[in-house]
Design a protein around this ligand. Structure first.
Ligand SMILES: [Mn+2]
Length: 323
């Protein structure tokens, strides 16, 4: 199997974007791709519920917008005018067997393919392990990248039970990349996989950590100030960074989380001050969503805010003329 073999067609396109499953034909200003699998921990169910999230999010597309001429009150523009002219749904890249390392390499190759052609990429996981092969591909940008991480948890484990590419490790891996210039982690609260040693390792690295409580008390101005202006930014959002009252479909709900209005406004601010080269939203567990699918709709709205603020008139991405 070649890394550039076709991806799997989604159940329906995200926001009615054209579906292109042949990676050799990818040529887009912005794209969405579903990455359902990461390296599993022994004892966890496999496949886990999070593998269903890419298609569950796509199925709520009509709740995000049912026509491109609708006014988007989050962005203050007609929603279609906040998108670049070439948006593509790249389908899903499931792990279909064989060594997990080969699957990871394929994901990295596909992400490099997108970033080499300058595409802004939105990834829907999968659990947080899917971020690891995506981070590997950021070298294709040829410039350093700053990481903004939204999560209840630190995710800094070098391994858990000998598994090194699972959902507790993505930010450890980010800290090991020479092309990652630094990181800001927000929304932390309660306890997770991190022990004192992981917390101290993140501090030694120089990660800027803002607990959810700090953001509730002081807002996000200090978060914005921690991100060097005009940098390329990769955003990784664990759905449990948001409050479970607003994002119920998560495996590890923790009270006191960030609110949609805080995260969406922050994404718009980051998209206007920096260049968001990519963003993932992971750890959505559709089996735990509310009957009205609010978690999947919220994922769609977060993407609409980051994408729209990037490409709106006056955004940092140049809007190519429609062809
Ligand atoms: Mn996480």
């Amino acid at each position: 199997m070649s890394d550039l073999d076709p991806t799997h067609a989604p159940v329906r396109p995200f926001l009615n974007w054209p579906v292109v499953t042949d990676p050799r034909a990818w040529k887009a200003d912005a794209a969405l791709i579903g990455l359902p699998n990461s390296e599993p921990y022994s004892g966890d169910p496999w496949p886990n519920d999070q593998t269903r999230a890419p298609d569950a999010v796509r199925q709520q597309s009509l709740q995000v917008t049912d026509d491109i001429d609708r006014w988007d009150f989050d962005l203050g523009h007609v929603i279609g005018s906040t998108w670049p002219s070439r948006c593509v749904d790249c389908g899903n890249v499931p792990w279909t067997g064989g060594p997990f390392q080969s699957h990871m390499s394929r994901v990295t190759a596909l992400m490099r393919q997108l970033w080499r052609s300058g595409t802004q990429v939105f990834v829907v996981g999968g659990d947080h392990g899917v971020t690891i092969p995506v981070l590997d591909a950021l070298d294709a940008l040829g410039s350093s990248v700053y990481v903004l991480h939204v999560d209840a948890h630190l995710d800094w484990r070098e391994n858990v039970g000998g598994v090194r590419h699972g959902y507790s490790s993505p930010l450890y891996w980010a800290s090991q990349k020479s092309f990652v210039s630094g990181m800001t982690q927000i929304g932390l609260r309660g306890t997770g996989s991190a022990r004192r040693e992981e917390y101290q390792a993140a501090q030694r690295y120089g990660s800027r950590i803002f607990t959810a409580a700090q953001i509730h008390e002081h807002g996000t101005a200090a978060v914005m100030a921690s991100i060097p202006k005009d940098s390329a930014v990769y955003v990784t959002i664990d759905a449990d960074g948001l409050d479970p009252t607003e994002m119920p479909a998560v495996m590890a709900p923790v009270p006191g989380g960030l609110l949609f209005r805080q995260v969406a406004a922050l994404l718009r601010d980051v998209a206007r001050a920096n260049r968001i080269v990519g963003m993932d939203i992971v750890e959505v567990a559709p089996g735990r969503d509310s009957p009205n699918r609010i978690s999947c709709i919220t994922v769609g709205r977060l993407i609409a805010n980051a994408l729209g603020a990037s490409w709106c008139p006056g955004g940092v991405f140049e809007r190519p003329a429609a062809s």
